[in-house]
Design a protein around this ligand. Structure first.
Ligand code: GDG
Length: 492
C-alpha cells in the first residue's frame, strides 16, 4: 500500500538529486490579519488539499500567488516561508501580483474564460484580449520565478492547472534540461467546445511544452488528443497516448487524483473530532435529526441549486420527514468578483429562504447554509455527523469531497450520493450515482439514502473505502513520477 513513508522512500531512491518544485495559483497556506493578530489558514481548494501532503512528504519548493493580506509580513527577503507553520517541511515561495494582474489573469482569463470553457455546464465563457494579455504576462512572471528558484540544479517542475497553460513552454525555452509535468485538475472538453477559444493554438502549443500532461480520467485525455489533432500541426499517436510536435514528445495520461486516506480516516476517529462533533450537534441543533451534508466551494459547476430543489421536492413528496431531516450546506465563498458567482449566491439565498419558509416548523428548518470557511477539524466533524452526503456537480474533474466523506466513515456507515458527471464516479461505483439535472431522480435518491438498510450501507461504504485507501494521493504521485521518469510502477 502506498503511503507517506513509501513515497518518501521512492523519491529518495529515484529522485534524490532532483529539486522538487510545485507551481500553482493558490497557495497551500495563507496568512491573514485578524485584528492585530496574524492567522495562518488553508484555503478551500481541491488542488492544495491534495498536494500539501505530497509536499510534506517530499520536501522542495512550492511557488504560488501570495494572496493573504498578511502574507508579506511573514516571508523572508527571498519571499520564502517554511510550512506547515508548526513543522517546516517544505518552502513556500510567494509571488506577488498587482490588483490588475489578479483581475486579468485569475478572475478574467482563468475563471471567466477557461473555467466555463472546460466545464460543460452551459455557462458561456467570456474572452477578453486584455485578460489574455495579462494571463500571458503572469505566466511569464511565474516562469521567471521558477527559473530563479531552480538556478542550475536538476529539477522536476510539477505545474498545476489551467492558470498556467503557457508556463511549461516558457520554462523549457530558457532551461531545456528541466523535467516538466502538468496536471489539469478540471475536465478537458471535446474539440467542438474548445474550438471557440480565440487563443486555442497558443494554449495547446504552451501545454505541449510538458514532458507529461495529466488529466483525471481517460476521457479527458482522449478529448485533449482529439483537440490537438484537429487544431494544430502535430503528430497525435492514439496508441501511445502521445503527441509529437517539433520533435518533442508529450505523453498524455490519466491519473485520478485522491486524498491522504489514512490521515483523514484516523483524524476522523480522533478525540478532538469527537469533541467537535458534540459541539456542532449542539450549536447546529442536530440532536435526533437525520443529517444530510453538502460541502463545496460556492461554484456554479457544483450543482448546489439543483441539490436545494431536490430537497424541496423530497419534502413535498415525503412530508413524513418534515422535522426529522436537516440538510447542512457548508460552502465557502469563491471568486466573488465574477458576476455569475454573485448571481449564484443570490439564487442560493433565495432558494434557501423559500424552501425553509415552505416547510419550517417551530425552530426546525430543512436547510442550514454556512458560507464560512470551516477549519479541517470542523469539516471532519461535519462529515462524521452526516448520515448522507450529496455531491451533485454538473461537471467536475474529480471531486475530493466525495473521497473525504468516504475516508471519514471508518465504521462503514453513511451514504454517498454522487453525480455521475464527476471523475470520482468512475471509481466510487458503490455510491448512489445520480444525474443532477434530473431533480426528481435526485430527490428519490435522498429518500433511498435515508431508507437504506444498515447492511446495504456497510456493504457500499466498505467497497468505496477499499478503493480510496488503495488509490490514495501517495500512489497518485508515485504513478505520475514513475511515468515521468519511466520507472516501472511499484504497485505497492
Ligand atoms: C478542483 C477540481 C478536483 C471545502 N470547503 C471547505 C474546505 N473545502 C475543501 C474540501 C476539498 C476541497 O475544498 C474542494 O475540492 P474539490 O475536489 O471538491 O473541488 P475544487 O476546489 O473545484 O477542485 C476538482 C480538484 O481540483 C483536485 O484535482 O477534484 O474536480 O474542480 O478538499 O474539503 N476546506 C476547508 N474549509 C472549508 O470550508 N478547510
Amino acid at each position: 500500500m502506498w503511503n507517506r513513508e513509501g513515497l518518501k522512500e521512492f523519491i529518495k531512491q529515484k529522485m534524490a538529486d532532483y529539486l522538487f518544485v510545485i507551481v500553482s495559483n493558490r497557495e497551500p497556506y495563507v496568512h491573514t490579519f485578524q485584528g492585530e493578530e496574524i492567522k495562518c489558514g488553508m484555503p478551500a481548494s481541491g488542488v492544495t488539499m491534495a498536494l500539501d501532503p505530497v509536499m510534506q512528504s517530499c520536501g522542495g519548493i512550492w511557488i504560488a500567488h501570495g494572496s493573504g493580506d498578511a502574507d508579506k509580513e511573514v516571508v523572508d527577503a527571498h519571499n520564502h516561508i517554511q510550512v506547515p507553520p508548526e513543522e517546516s517541511r517544505y518552502t513556500l515561495r510567494r509571488v506577488w501580483l498587482t490588483k490588475e494582474e489578479e483581475a486579468g489573469y485569475y478572475y478574467g482569463f482563468s475563471n471567466e474564460a477557461l473555467w466555463p470553457l472546460c466545464h460543460v455546464v452551459y455557462t458561456r465563457p467570456t474572452f477578453k484580449s486584455a485578460d489574455w494579455e495579462t494571463y500571458k504576462k503572469v505566466n511569464e512572471l511565474f516562469s521567471r520565478t521558477v527559473l530563479e528558484e531552480i538556478g542550475d540544479k536538476k529539477a522536476f517542475v510539477f505545474i498545476q492547472d489551467y492558470h498556467f497553460a503557457l508556463l511549461s513552454r516558457l520554462i523549457r525555452e530558457k532551461n531545456p534540461n528541466c523535467i516538466l509535468s502538468q496536471f489539469w485538475h478540471i475536465p478537458w472538453p471535446n474539440p467542438e467546445a474548445f474550438r471557440i477559444c480565440p487563443w486555442k493554438e497558443e494554449i495547446l502549443h504552451g501545454l505541449l511544452g510538458n514532458d507529461l500532461l495529466g488529466f483525471h480520467i481517460r476521457y479527458h485525455c482522449m478529448n485533449f488528443l482529439e483537440t490537438v489533432d484537429r487544431m494544430i500541426e502535430a503528430r497525435t499517436d492514439y496508441e501511445k497516448f502521445e503527441i509529437i510536435k517539433g520533435g518533442k514528445s508529450t505523453r498524455v495520461r490519466p491519473f485520478p487524483i485522491s486524498i491522504d486516506f489514512d490521515e483523514a480516516s484516523s483524524r476522523g476517529q480522533s478525540q478532538e473530532v469527537e469533541i467537535e462533533m458534540r459541539r456542532l450537534r449542539k450549536t447546529l441543533g442536530l440532536g435526533g435529526q437525520i443529517v444530510g451534508l453538502g460541502v463545496d466551494r460556492i461554484d456554479y459547476t457544483k450543482g448546489i441549486p439543483e441539490r436545494f430543489r431536490a430537497i424541496d421536492l423530497f419534502f413535498e413528496k415525503y412530508p413524513q420527514y418534515k422535522g426529522k431531516v436537516k440538510f447542512i450546506q457548508a460552502g465557502p465563498l469563491s471568486r466573488i468578483h465574477i458576476q455569475q458567482y454573485k448571481d449564484l449566491n443570490e439564487e442560493l439565498t433565495r432558494l434557501m429562504v423559500e424552501i425553509n419558509f415552505k416547510y419550517e416548523r417551530g425552530r426546525w428548518k430543512p436547510i442550514q447554509f454556512h458560507r464560512s470557511n470551516f477549519g479541517k477539524k470542523e469539516l471532519m466533524a461535519l462529515y462524521r455527523l452526516a448520515d448522507f452526503c450529496v455531491v451533485s456537480s454538473l461537471h467536475d474533474g474529480m471531486n475530493l469531497v466525495a473521497k473525504e466523506y468516504v475516508a471519514s466513515r471508518a465504521d462503514n456507515t453513511g451514504v454517498l450520493i454522487l453525480s455521475q458527471f464527476t471523475g470520482a464516479a468512475r471509481e466510487l461505483e458503490s455510491a448512489l450515482l445520480v444525474n443532477p439535472y434530473d431533480v426528481d431522480g435526485l430527490a428519490e435518491n435522498i429518500r433511498l439514502a435515508i431508507e437504506m438498510t444498515e447492511g446495504e450501507k456497510q456493504k457500499r461504504m466498505s467497497k468505496m473505502r477499499e478503493v480510496v485507501q488503495k488509490n490514495n494521493i501517495y500512489r497518485w504521485t508515485g504513478k505520475v513520477l514513475s511515468e515521468l521518469l519511466r520507472f516501472e510502477f511499484p504497485e505497492g
